[in-house]
Design a protein around this ligand. Structure first.
Ligand SMILES: [Zn+2]
Length: 470
């Protein structure tokens, strides 16, 4: 197995990673809150996790990934209340949209997508355990809170300055029920609007609903056991969400919740954090409308390492569209070529070595892409030479497929409809006739006409081939 280095937020440094059982990486990734379609900032995190799971497989391990669907929370209930409906009516279509968008971006599916509302029993059991251990208490408002003062390890992940959170420092209006202002809700007592939205369940503490942090602790335990190999999410989740997950899980189970904590940085638009409130939202629907495919977006997202902020600009997206066109062209050349050269096989060996080294070095995708583009340059030069080495060509195909299998940046073929196809073929037939009577001016004019329509043609020994390039 390779030396796989991952930055562990818990240790604040890169560490050597391998799954605990030597075979399967058990990974929990915090999923979407399904009240609005996820924006590209969310998808930067999900793409980083896709890169992580594909790199783990490249290293020779299996992955068992869980991504929760948060289908009960304040925003969803507010939405349901405004629409005079139930939370399920709000969350189901958004969950479907999320899965469609995920597929559009070629993000591999997690093994399980558990929904919070289907695991209320697991959450109640976890709260009961915390009550038994006297780490939780029911307050006068009938909600159940986690008692941070009784869990001394609180704050280890985020290393936040505890003085900022000293008891009584800043008491919000709804905080007077808590023993300590830092305490967070495990179980929220039901209000009438929760009942109306079908967002309330029976519990030993009365009707209520789970706090957001609780679902991840309960579902991680249900599907992955008490200690995970990797827990991942966006940097904005470090505090309080992941800190609170640690408090709940470790308080109840008495063992570390996760060996590695991995966090992806923000996507910015012109220097600003991409969040719904700043009004610069771009989602997958926008991408589709703009004709930007998965390959270009993935290229853009992987052009900067996951732990650095990335700025979304139109120029950058256009540059990525041009870059992936070259990847697609080489993919096609490798498919249609008949043989290669010795040097092509050498270039393939270099690609595999360099891209793996980059990816296993804390997912250095930009460097892996640089290795791929260097391979494209060399492979094109070698394919121009022709060559007669069949094994060399096979070697090039398999190295390309292996590394592109992680990055996944070959663009979709632009769709060609039947009407366009018959028009192109009629033009080509006419051009053939013009060339036969040595009327090169007409033949050239037809080629230019085709180019205007986004069709490129190539004359070869086996006739003229054409493709739609945009
Ligand atoms: Zn979570």
């Amino acid at each position: 197995m390779p030396d796989f280095r991952l930055y562990n937020t818990l240790a604040r440094r890169e560490e050597s990673f391998a799954p605990q059982d030597g075979h399967t990486v058990r990974m929990y990734t915090c999923g979407p809150t399904v009240y609005n379609p996820a924006h590209l900032g969310n998808f930067r995190t999900f793409l980083f996790e896709d890169l992580l799971r594909r790199t783990i497989k490249l290293a020779g391990w299996n992955v068992y990934q869980v991504m929760n669907i948060t289908d009960v929370d304040d925003k969803i209930i507010r939405r349901a209340h405004e629409a005079g409906t139930t939370i399920g009516q709000i969350t189901q279509p958004i969950t479907d949209t999320f899965q469609r968008d995920r597929e559009y971006l070629r993000i591999e599916p997690a093994e399980v997508y558990p929904k919070a509302t289907e695991h209320i029993g697991d959450m109640i059991a976890l709260v009961q355990r915390l009550m038994e251990k006297e780490l939780a208490y029911q307050a006068e408002d009938e909600s159940v809170y986690f008692a941070i003062a009784r869990f001394p390890a609180y704050g280890r992940l985020s290393r936040l300055d505890t003085r900022v959170l000293r008891p009584g420092a800043r008491v919000a209006a709804d905080d007077y029920n808590k023993e300590d202002v830092r305490d967070f809700a495990l179980w929220k007592a039901a209000k009438p609007e929760d009942e109306r939205a079908h967002a309330a369940w029976d519990s030993p503490w009365g009707r209520g609903r789970p706090g957001w942090h609780l679902e991840c602790s309960a579902m991680a335990k249900r599907y992955l056991g008490d200690t995970l190999d990797i827990h991942a999410g966006g940097v904005d989740l470090i505090f309080p969400h992941h800190e609170d997950e640690i408090a709940q899980s470790e308080g109840a189970n008495g063992v570390p919740l996760s060996r590695f904590w991995c966090h992806g940085e923000f996507l910015l638009t012109d220097g600003e954090k991409m969040a719904k409130r700043v009004g610069n939202v771009m989602d997958v629907a926008h991408l589709r409308e703009a004709g930007i495919g998965a390959a270009a977006l993935r290229h853009f997202m992987f052009s900067v390492r996951y732990r650095q902020q990335l700025n979304l600009t139109e120029d950058a997206l256009e540059a990525s569209q041009r870059a992936v066109r070259r990847v697609g062209e080489l993919a096609e050349r490798l498919t249609t070529a008949e043989a290669g050269t010795e040097a092509l096989a050498n270039a393939a060996d270099d690609l595999e070595r360099d891209a793996k080294a980059a990816l296993f070095d804390d997912l250095n995708a930009p460097q892996a892409m640089a290795a791929l583009f260097e391979f494209i340059r060399r492979a094109n030069a070698e394919l121009d030479q022709g060559g007669s080495n069949l094994a060399a060509l096979e070697r090039a195909r398999s190295a390309f497929a292996l590394i592109n299998g992680v990055l996944d940046i070959v663009p979709d073929q632009p769709a060609v409809d039947a009407a366009l196809r018959s028009w192109v073929e009629a033009q080509l037939a006419e051009r053939e006739q013009a060339r036969a009577r040595r009327d090169f001016a007409t033949a050239d004019a037809i080629r230019k006409l085709l180019e205007v329509r986004g069709i490129s043609i190539e004359d070869g020994p086996r006739g003229t081939r054409w493709k739609k390039v945009r």
